[in-house]
Write a new protein. Structure first.
Length: 357
């Protein structure tokens, strides 16, 4: 599915705003380690990414008739969710013990190696500590992106409230994601999986559209429509992410196929498989899950079982159901929004399950 040219242009504008924003923030004191932190964070956020969340803020804003008359820089405001997202990535990388992110070192790995060069005794601990701090700084910068956006102070305060409550709920989702591998197989069913991805992933998309519409002065009905749409397309996005993690092309995704298996993640595919396979198969799967040394043959064994029990097709079907539900929400309320943006949102929904990266 080819990217919508309008979204490609929005991404370029977001990237430019992000780089300009990050240039304005330097270490408070002339101290080398502080300097290294800000230089690293600037490089970290500039590595790319789809920028779907800040684009969602902008689309939420422009969907509201009369947005042109509202004073404020929506591109600056949109950086709030991108920086919050990057904050969670820095912390996720620590928890997942990942070494690479978007072709570069993760924050904790970067500083571990930095302190090794300085002959610091416990460089690993220092790397983790700096990763925690780096994620916290990105959170603060996300709030600053809102407070410096030039919108009405009352709307900005509400946007910050939304953002902070969202960050708290993402933490709840992360707790679930981290502890699912240790829960009973029967406890983690499809419903609980959906709860987890809603908190861990979908809720930030919801906040993105919500904040954009709020800053444009949207009505409660307009906001609720966009929020419902956002949650459903984001659920579809995460389900597609799970599918690509097992059946995608590494050259397109940039991630090793089967990595979720080696990390023990309870993806929609794994959750459904564990609840459908026989006892002997389940026992073998559980030995492979979370084994970072699992062979390609082990991963292929799990893949074949997913095909055998139809969990891949069912996951695809579930993702499409969420997309269709999101589009139906828009169609029911189409007269309340700018038509040009609605067309983009319909494409946006389809992209969530058609993407290959």
């Amino acid at each position: 599915m080819e990217p919508d040219k309008r979204l490609v242009q929005l991404k370029k504008l977001v990237d430019r705003e992000l780089m300009n924003f990050m240039k304005n923030f330097r270490e408070v004191v002339d101290y080398n380690c502080c300097h290294e932190m800000y230089e690293h964070l600037r490089e970290f956020v500039s590595r790319g990414g789809k920028r779907l969340r800040p684009i969602a803020v902008i689309l939420g804003f422009k969907a509201i008739p009369g947005f042109e008359k509202v004073k404020g820089n929506i591109f600056r405001a949109s950086l709030s969710v991108e920086l919050i997202h990057n904050s969670t990535l820095v912390h996720d990388d620590i928890m997942d013990r990942d070494e690479l992110r978007r072709g570069g070192k993760t924050t904790h790995a970067f500083f571990r190696d930095y302190f090794k060069l300085m002959n610091v005794g416990d460089a690993k601990h220092m790397g983790i500590s700096m990763g925690i701090i780096g994620g916290d700084i990105l959170l603060a910068l996300g709030v600053l992106a809102l407070t410096t956006s030039g919108f009405e102070s009352e709307r900005v305060c509400k946007a910050i409230e939304i953002l902070m409550d969202t960050y708290r709920k993402i933490g709840d989702g992360q707790i679930m994601d981290m502890t699912f591998p240790y829960a009973d197989v029967e406890e983690v069913d499809r419903e609980l999986y959906i709860d987890m991805i809603t908190l861990k992933s979908a809720i930030l998309y919801e906040a993105s559209f919500w904040i954009g519409a709020l800053l444009a002065g949207a009505s409660e009905k307009q906001i609720n429509t966009l929020r419902s749409y956002a949650v459903d397309i984001a659920r579809a996005f995460q389900i597609q992410d799970d599918i690509l993690g097992m059946f995608g092309d590494e050259k397109e995704t940039g991630k090793p196929v089967g990595n979720d298996i080696r990390e023990g993640k309870r993806t929609i595919l794994v959750v459904e498989l564990l609840n459908r396979c026989d006892d002997e198969e389940r026992e073998k799967i559980l030995k492979i899950l979370g084994n970072r040394s699992a062979s390609d043959e082990d991963v292929e064994y799990v893949r074949q079982l997913m095909l055998k029990y139809g969990v891949l097709e069912d996951a695809r079907r579930l993702g499409l159901e969420y997309v269709e539900r999101a589009k139906e929400i828009l169609f029911r309320n189409i007269d309340k929004f700018n038509r040009e943006v609605i067309d983009i949102l319909l494409w946006f929904a389809d992209f969530m399950v058609a993407r290959r990266f």
